[in-house]
Design a protein around this ligand. Structure first.
Ligand SMILES: [Zn+2]
Ligand SMILES: [Zn+2]
Length: 367
């Protein structure tokens, strides 16, 4: 033969003029189409797959661990496990498959799958049937949740008051978010065991101490205040290691932004609280000057709450007397009253937000 481009099939000796694709072995590549397809399997699938599924959360057991696959029912599980177990020939292109699940009984699904693909420019179709046997179990995590297992408790409290529903709702939301973020990375040890009302706040029980610490830090970062942790020895595990539970006692600050407070040992006038991170900061409602608790006062100085911006009502401005005084109508009695004029008051305003408290009438900044 003088044609350098032709060769012969090693199986039958016929001349071959087209070579197979990249996925084939060298011997496969050199076979003629008819010998090649005689031994060809588009799909390699087991006859039977046995799978353990958590009856509570739908996780499946693969290898030696539980994996969340987001399955809604056993047919979903069967599809996922069949997909996992299938091998499609490397040389096949444009592979597609359709599956018709047939429920044989509560624990057995027979998957009738039809595969199509293109091999050596030839359209191929192949049918396989895989029987998936499901056994219902309880995964480790669901077992722990059912047993109300927890390793940490975050106690959400506030100084001198009950936490607001905004604060406790946010604490619950953060707990679920931290857990969801950890779950998203494949962490199956993260869960919220219980969120319960306590006498003056909320207790959040969590599966690990790490989540408790994260939640306590996040709450303080968002709302101010601080936290302490206490360890309690609860038991020894099978290996004799001591097992501790940690309580994170979060104490949210007494005053929150929007509160108007009267600071003891200070005659500079009430302060509208604007921040409670670190130390208390705000603005004097008499002058508009900034206020910041000094180091000697500690993070939060001794103070009494007079009201909050949400308690303010719009009062009519009668006249701006001078830089320091403004005359407004008392929102309750409609009598004209001269009160301190903070520098944030717009001299052209016809009404201003005013707070009436036991400390008198004060003009607040516009919301
Ligand atoms: Zn051949
Ligand atoms: Zn489970």
């Amino acid at each position: 033969m003088t044609d350098a481009g032709s060769s012969f099939c090693p199986e039958c000796g016929d001349p071959v003029d087209s070579a197979g694709g990249d996925g084939a072995t060298r011997r496969e590549q050199s076979l003629c189409d008819s010998c090649y397809f005689a031994a060809f399997d588009l799909v390699d699938a087991p006859d039977t797959i046995e799978v353990m599924v958590c009856a509570r959360c739908g996780a499946v057991h693969r290898g030696n661990r539980w994996v969340d696959i987001g399955a809604d029912d056993y047919v979903d599980v069967a599809v996922a496990e069949t997909t996992e177990a299938l091998g499609v020939h490397l040389e096949a292109e444009d592979v597609d498959w359709e599956v018709r699940p047939e429920k044989l009984d509560d624990n057995t699904v027979r998957m009738h799958a039809t595969f199509t693909g293109v091999v050596r420019d030839t359209h191929r179709t192949e049918q396989v049937a895989v029987t998936v046997k499901v056994s219902r179990q309880t995964c480790q995590r669901c077992g722990r949740i059912a047993g109300e297992s927890y390793a940490s408790t975050v106690q959400v409290r506030a100084v001198g008051r009950d936490p607001t529903s905004e604060e406790t709702d946010r604490a619950a939301e953060l707990a679920h978010r931290i857990v969801a973020d950890m779950e998203a990375t494949g962490d199956r040890e993260a869960f919220v065991t219980e969120i319960g009302d306590a006498e003056s706040g909320t207790d959040i029980k969590l599966s690990t101490t790490k989540i408790g610490l994260k939640l306590a830090r996040k709450l303080v970062e968002e709302f101010g205040g601080d936290f302490e942790d206490h360890e309690t020895l609860i038991t020894e595990d099978d290996d004799g290691n001591e097992v501790y539970r940690v309580t994170y006692a979060v104490r949210l600050p007494e005053f929150v932004p929007g509160d108007v407070v009267d600071i003891a040992a200070d005659d500079g006038g009430p302060v509208l609280v604007q921040s409670n991170h670190g130390n208390l900061k705000g603005v004097r409602v008499t002058t508009g000057e900034p206020y910041e608790a000094s180091f000697e006062d500690g993070d939060s100085p001794d103070a009494r709450k007079l009201g909050a911006v949400t308690d303010a009502t719009e009062a009519t401005v009668v006249t701006v007397e001078d830089d320091a005084a403004i005359q407004i109508l008392d929102p309750d009695t409609y009598e004209a009253q001269t009160v301190a004029r903070p520098d944030y008051v717009d001299p052209d305003a016809s009404t201003v937000p005013a707070l009436k408290s036991r400390a008198g009438l004060h003009v607040l900044p516009d919301a």
